[in-house]
Design a protein around this ligand. Structure first.
Ligand SMILES: [Zn+2]
Length: 310
């Protein structure tokens, strides 16, 4: 009887632990299945975070994911992915300064292609913008110094008159006028600040996109460093993340629909377990350089190897 009770206790502990760790366990199980029998089950995905500031609808986003899906599925005539609301693999559309910069420039009528001529255009605009900001800052500095010294003189005079106690109407009028002028100057100065900040905003957007292009064009260019944060490496428009909390695809930035479909296809490739390949035109190249919405021979060979197909 005592033996039975201790066995029962052990069993309850095991069930309790399994229940407590059910999420990481089921994740580990699906990882194990994927590694042992890759492509045997279609990978179920759903849409997670969806930020409307990208200016596309959820329906369009889903359609683009399905196009990315079919880029993998059509050549091998096999269901590799399936859309299933609430399933574990979340595809997130996350809005940060990458897309803000893209859209800021698009609003100024600047069309961004991932090519050398866009890069050159943006660099020229960067130079113009930098010069303008320098000039604006210089004239702001002059105005600001003159304002400060007039303000100090005014304060000193008011203070010493206060000590004396009595002022003539003339002095009173002059000081009232000076106060009015100073207030106007102060408003003008903050307007100038606003103009400078708007220019700096555009400059930072230019820097963000120039650096991204430099990386994606593999230019040994100087990193423009106005914004500080420089992101290194591959396909920064998106990423496939797998950790204890599960798998997810994060999309951060795209210039147009083709780029979005390509980055989705690339990240779905990682979800299938594919690594990078060394052809710049390939979907699984480390950078989103190409414009093809189809697999290259190299992509297809990798897919077949991974899925053990002939
Ligand atoms: Zn990648």
């Amino acid at each position: 009887m005592r033996r039975f009770i201790s066995d029962l206790f052990l069993l309850i502990c095991v069930i309790g632990l399994a229940y407590y760790f059910r999420d990481p366990l089921s994740h580990a199980w699906s990882q194990f299945m994927m590694r042992s029998f890759p492509c045997s089950q279609p990978i179920a995905y759903s849409i997670g975070d969806f930020d409307t500031r990208f200016g596309i609808s959820k329906e369009t986003f889903l359609k683009d994911i399905q196009r990315a899906e079919s880029i993998w599925e059509t050549p091998v005539k096999k269901e590799l992915f399936v859309y299933k609301p609430d399933s574990a693999l979340k595809i997130n559309l996350i809005y940060d300064d990458r897309q803000t910069a893209t859209q800021k420039l698009q609003k100024l009528g600047i069309i961004i292609h991932d090519d050398q001529s866009t890069y050159n255009t943006l660099k020229a605009k960067y130079d113009v913008q930098t010069k303008q900001i320098q000039n604006l800052k210089a004239s702001y500095a002059v105005a600001s110094v003159s304002y400060q010294s007039r303000q100090t003189a005014y304060n000193n005079e008011v203070e010493s008159l206060n000590k004396r106690g009595r002022v003539t109407q003339d002095i009173y009028d002059r000081l009232a006028q000076e106060k009015k002028d100073l207030d106007q100057l102060s408003v003008k100065l903050s307007e100038q600040e606003g103009v400078i900040n708007a220019h700096v905003d555009v400059l930072n957007a230019l820097v963000e996109v120039i650096n991204r292009l430099a990386r994606s064009l593999n230019l040994k260019a100087v990193q423009y460093n106005e914004t500080g944060a420089i992101r290194g490496g591959e396909f920064e428009e998106g990423e496939y993340v797998t950790d204890v909390s599960g798998n997810r695809i994060n999309i951060y930035q795209f210039d147009d629909q083709t780029k979005l479909i390509r980055v989705l296809t690339h990240e779905l490739g990682h979800a299938l377990g594919l690594d990078h390949i060394d052809n710049p035109k390939a979907i699984m190249y480390r950078l989103n350089n190409g414009v093809n919405e189809a697999l290259t021979d190299g992509d297809l060979a990798e897919l077949k190897r991974q899925c053990q197909m002939k």
